[in-house]
Write a protein that binds this ligand. Structure first.
Ligand SMILES: [Mn+2]
Length: 301
């Protein structure tokens, strides 16, 4: 952690990047870091790959979307919540134009790709690492910073429901809530609000779910045509595997996103079976409980 702190202290200008298709951990961590750096009198900006999905836009708009004709030359490029340099894709030009690079992340696959890397694979969210980093650096956690970190942590823990939650997570969340943030609003916007199109789309998937092995294996399939029909975007389909997963008796849940080029398959286990091996059979991989594959086979069957 100290090497990353040194690089932050030495830099006057910092550009903050996170992984492509920024989620709430990426966005909240980026905004929190920007606020902390501004508080230290530094020049800091967030450059995103795209406008974040609607659900998380309430966190703010203090960012620019990447423009290949405008590559800043910062003292430090800080990569947050990014496990691999490939995950900043086109924005690698910014990374390469920067004097120094540093990474703060929690992806267990991250082997380090910067001048200094701080990776805590046990942390459920990059937001949780940032809380510890700010504490170590003596950064005052303002209400605005607390709100961003809380959103980041609650997002990557599925509203404190996933197995990645550890005792410290609740201690940190407790410290953040003491800053008088509206945590109920964050929870409602991140977890309980969806567009009508997405709700109807999910309704279709529920009605057309297929069950095998007495309901131990449940599958939903979403072809491109369905997205058009309900007027929704790819980023709205991220968590559809939770629909089959939530059915009583389900052991393995599968969602298939069918595009003209490939079939993107997500596998989830409810604990009894290892789905990483299943994903490998389709050319993918992942963890015991969550895995995925991109399959080029023409036939859905
Ligand atoms: Mn994350």
């Amino acid at each position: 952690m100290n090497k990353v702190i040194d690089l932050i202290k030495q830099a006057n200008s910092v550009v903050i990047l996170s992984h492509d298709s920024e989620d709430a951990d990426a966005v909240g961590s980026s905004f929190a870091m920007r606020l902390a750096l501004l508080g230290m009198g530094k020049d800091a900006k967030c450059i995103f790959s795209e406008i974040p999905e609607e659900r998380i836009r309430f966190l703010g708009d203090d960012y620019t979307v990447f423009d290949e004709n405008d590559i800043p030359k910062a003292d430090l490029c800080l990569c947050l919540d990014c496990g691999d340099v490939q995950r900043i894709s086109k924005r690698k030009a910014i990374f390469e134009a920067s004097e120094k690079t540093a990474c703060i992340d929690h992806h267990y696959t991250n082997v380090g790709f910067c001048d200094a890397d701080y990776i805590d694979a046990k942390a459920p969210a990059t937001g949780e690492i940032l809380y510890n980093l700010f504490t170590e650096m003596g950064v005052t956690i303002t209400k605005d910073i607390a709100r961003q970190l809380y959103a980041a942590i609650s997002s990557d823990t599925g509203s404190f429901k996933y197995s990645n939650v550890r005792p410290e997570t609740f201690i940190i969340a407790s410290e953040l809530i003491k800053k008088d943030i509206d945590h109920a609003e964050i929870a409602r916007k991140l977890f309980d609000t969806e567009s009508l199109g997405v709700i109807k789309f999910k309704g279709y998937l529920m009605n057309n779910m297929e069950q095998y092995f007495d309901g131990k294996l449940n599958i939903v399939c979403a072809p491109d045509s369905l997205l058009k029909e309900y007027g929704i975007e790819e980023k709205d389909t991220g968590d559809i595997v939770n629909i089959p997963r939530g059915v009583t008796g389900c052991e393995i849940a599968v969602s298939i996103r069918e595009t003209p080029e490939k079939k993107k398959i997500s596998f989830r286990s409810n604990g009894k079976f290892d789905v990483s091996g299943l994903a490998e059979k389709f050319g993918g991989g992942g963890h015991i409980m969550a895995a995925g594959a991109a399959c080029r086979s023409k036939s859905l069957e």
